[in-house]
Ligand binder design. Structure first.
Ligand SMILES: [Zn+2]
Length: 79
């Protein structure tokens, strides 16, 4: 499990769609990786705001930009 694996599975992880082994592997990685910890927290918070029906709704462009930034940071880190 590395940062790219976490990033690929983050939606399933937050949706609770992963099997227990994968879930544990992501949590173990995030424990030792501040980068992934932040990504998971931020994404979870975004989903929560969205699901709570608050007036804060992330426009799709922001969503895409966030992903692009995260992706390039992941690449930098792993380069
Ligand atoms: Zn990581």
């Amino acid at each position: 499990m590395d940062c790219r694996d976490v990033f690929r599975r983050i939606s399933d992880y937050l949706d609770g769609d992963l099997d227990a082994d994968l879930k544990r592997a992501i949590e173990a990685h995030a424990c030792g990786c501040h980068h992934c910890e932040v990504i998971i927290d931020t994404t979870r918070m975004t989903i929560k705001l969205y699901c709570d029906g608050q007036s804060v709704i992330l426009p799709i462009q922001v969503h895409h930009r966030l992903h692009a930034v995260l992706r390039s940071r992941c690449r930098d880190k792993l380069a």
